[in-house]
Design a protein around this ligand. Sequence first.
Ligand SMILES: [Zn+2]
Length: 385
Amino acid sequence: MPIPTELVGSLPRPTKLQQAYADYDEGKIDWPELKTEQDAAAEDSIRRLEAVDEPIVTDGEQRESSFATYNLTQTLAGTGLAPNLAPDGQFFAIFDDGHHRQLPRITAGPFRYQTYASEFVAENVKVASRPVKQAVISPSMMMLLYPLDTEIPGYSREQFLNDVIDEAEKDIRQCFAAGAVRVSVDFTEGRLANKNDSRNPWTGRNMLQDFIDLNNRLFERFSAAERRNIGVHTCPGGDCDSVHSKEVPYELLLEHMFEMNAGYFLIQCASEADRERVYELCGKYSRDDANGVPQVCFMGVINPLTPQVETAEQVKEELLTAARHIPVGRLGATDDCGFSPFSRDLKPQHGSPDFARDVAMEKIAARLEGARLASAELATDPVPL
Ligand SMILES: [Zn+2]
């Protein structure tokens, strides 16, 4: 059986599209003009992914302000922010290079998404000649929209979290109804939950178990058959070629992450110093039966934060090493993260987002070829020594 392979979701937005977002924020262009640029970049993303033979494609999230805010705001600057939200919420993350990303703050109920990811899926299936996947945001990230310590008068935390689960379920169901074959839930806040960064109070509150329990309330709304195609993505961040939580010991997350009853996991690994240890931990903690579904570990074999292109041979060797620790029937290959989870990202290590788009395709091609080589080797020697 070939090793399955899947991308996380995003690609760098072309310089032209990033300029269009800025022009829209400044009122220089209107929404239909921005939409035209988004659609062009989305179609180009799908064509490029098809050209390198990616089996399941995305639009590279070209129409999204970010992986965490597509549902809430049209742009990262806050243009088109949904009702009942203020722009001055918690820091989601403070990255190693010093920049940060901030979430909106919920000010009153009810909490409703303004945009559902299915709207992107509906457009992508019209353009794509291959199956389409979609990434969606987790309930646990939305949890951070609510003030950490205080209650909103007239809208309790419990009411808010109920709304979050309802909206997240609707988001996923609508993606499948629109034609997506896979939906992965972004969970980059998982590793960050043990960072204890005094500048960012929520990271010192031991929220990982709350995150996992909340996300399981979402997963339990889906049947085992549905959850085979619902995944979770973890990473230490990947924005402006920087990370937010790579120094947090990975086991603090991995020993709990597989408690979530998802059918597959897209797991950052290529940028880890000790990758074999990560394979070992995934083999140890992932489950054959997560409430009726086996958990497939898609290991990150590509680092989207560097312009150095991995070779297919390197990818093959990593997967063969992984297969010593993870049952081959539950092993897949992915990239460590999306190639640009936020719409404004100059990709400084690459020199430009346009160049980074080209590099991304070379990296994806290496993942695909490496997975083919490893599959062939495992077919003749199923238990690598
Ligand atoms: Zn990521």
